[in-house]
Design a protein around this ligand. Structure first.
Ligand SMILES: [Zn+2]
Ligand SMILES: [Zn+2]
Length: 101
C-alpha cells in the first residue's frame, strides 16, 4: 500500500521532470531575425537583446571587433556604446517600422 504510493510519487516526479525540464533552444523564429533579414528593416531585430539583429554582438560575436574598430565599444559592459543602456540610460533603441504592412 505505502509502497505503491511511494512508487507513483517517484513516477510522477520523473514524468514532471521530463515534461517541465529545460525547454529546448528554439530556432530563430520570433526572438531572432531570420537568416538574410535586410539590415535596418523591421525583420532585422533581436527581440532578446532589443537591438538590430545585424548589430547584435551578443548573438553574433564576430561583430565585436567591428564595433571595437570604430571605437563604439564599452569594455566594462562588453557592449557597443550605441547599445549600452547601462552607460547611457537615455539611449533609445527602437525597432524600425514594418514595411508595407
Ligand atoms: Zn541578440
Ligand atoms: Zn557600459
Amino acid at each position: 500500500m505505502h509502497r505503491s504510493i511511494l512508487l507513483s510519487a517517484v513516477l510522477f516526479a520523473f514524468v514532471a521532470a521530463s515534461t517541465f525540464g529545460p525547454l529546448p533552444v528554439r530556432a530563430s523564429d520570433d526572438l531572432h531575425a531570420a537568416e538574410g533579414a535586410k539590415p535596418g528593416s523591421y525583420e532585422d531585430w533581436c527581440a532578446e537583446h532589443k537591438v538590430a539583429e545585424s548589430q547584435c554582438t551578443r548573438c553574433d560575436k564576430s561583430l565585436i571587433p567591428v564595433f571595437k574598430a570604430t571605437g563604439d565599444w564599452c569594455e566594462l559592459h562588453g557592449l557597443p556604446k550605441s547599445q549600452d543602456l547601462k552607460c547611457n540610460p537615455d539611449l533609445k533603441i527602437v525597432r524600425p517600422p514594418k514595411q508595407g504592412a
